[in-house]
Design a protein around this ligand. Structure first.
Ligand code: DGL
Length: 277
């Protein structure tokens, strides 16, 4: 492992703006940590791309963040976590945490009847990463998976309480009513923003869980074990994107109701092309 310093920032990447759900939670749980966020807005969405492409993008994103001297890497995108985490851990020698393991842990901790539904992008569902992780933790769990590919564009249109979104929530979740599930894992960065509609559709007795809080708690515990916690009284946060910083800032601020500082465009010349095989 390279020499890591507690003053280094935590790096996190997502395909775009959705990973800010995870970033917000990290800021809340770890208020002394500096963060560097990278949103790959030039290549979003990841949810319907192939495993190979997602692995390639993830490696490139990780290289960019490692050049920023991060002490821990968070893969805040569910699709990237589902497809690329093992490869990233093989290549890079710093602590790397995704959102699949924390999300699965959370779902397993709240279910009472071991009947869990997982919602995600096409890629996340096809990868079976959540299913595999839940079954590893709870071998007798019954898992029902549903890809909801139209949720991401609806959230990005800010159709959070729109008739079109209600219709699609009904359509995607229609198969779950008969399954006696008690827990639904929102396995995509954007889905927590649809919590109210999903809860209305499935009923108040269903637990809706996502990865963000458990992910932030896991990071806290890794930093503590490795003695890498920052004590900075005024940590600094930096935001980078691969396309259109103004659009990212506007959408991020509208979706999360929080002002974002300056967002920088990634310097492509410094974004070293990488040979993977
Ligand atoms: N960030 C992605 C995820 O959590 C959703 C958006 C996309 O498809 O790129 O899977």
């Amino acid at each position: 492992m390279p020499e890591l310093d507690s003053s280094y920032p935590i790096g996190l990447f997502d395909s775009g703006v959705g990973g800010l759900t995870v970033m917000q939670e990290i800021m809340r749980v770890l208020p002394h940590e500096s963060l560097v966020y990278f949103g790959d807005t030039a290549r979003v969405p990841y949810g319907n791309k192939s495993r190979e492409t997602i692995i390639r993008y993830s490696i490139e994103n990780a290289i960019f963040l490692l050049e920023k001297q991060v002490k821990l890497l968070v893969v805040a995108c569910n699709t990237a976590s589902a497809f690329a985490l093992p490869k990233l851990r093989k290549i890079f020698n710093i602590p790397i945490i995704g959102v699949v393991e924390p999300g699965a842990e959370k779902a397993v901790s709240v279910t009472r009847n071991q009947r869990i539904a997982v919602l995600g992008t096409k890629g996340t569902i096809q990868s079976r990463a959540y299913q595999t992780e839940i079954q590893r933790l709870l071998p007798h769990a019954h898992i029902f998976s549903q890809a909801c590919p139209l949720f991401v564009p609806l959230v990005e249109e800010r159709f959070l309480d729109h008739p079109a979104t209600r219709l699609l929530v009904k359509e995607y979740l229609s198969g779950l009513h008969q399954q006696e599930i008690d827990t639904v894992l929102l396995g995509c960065t954007h889905y927590p923003l649809l919590k109210p509609l999903i809860q209305q559709e499935l009923g108040a007795h269903i637990h809706l869980v996502d990865s963000a809080t458990t992910c932030a708690e896991k990071i806290a515990s890794i930093l503590e074990t490795q003695k890498l916690q920052s004590r900075a009284s005024s940590p600094s946060h930096a935001y980078y994107v691969s396309d259109d910083p103004d659009k990212f800032k506007e959408l991020g601020e509208k979706l999360f109701g929080q002002a974002l500082p300056h967002v920088e465009l990634l310097n492509h010349e410094k974004f070293t092309p990488f040979i993977y095989h």
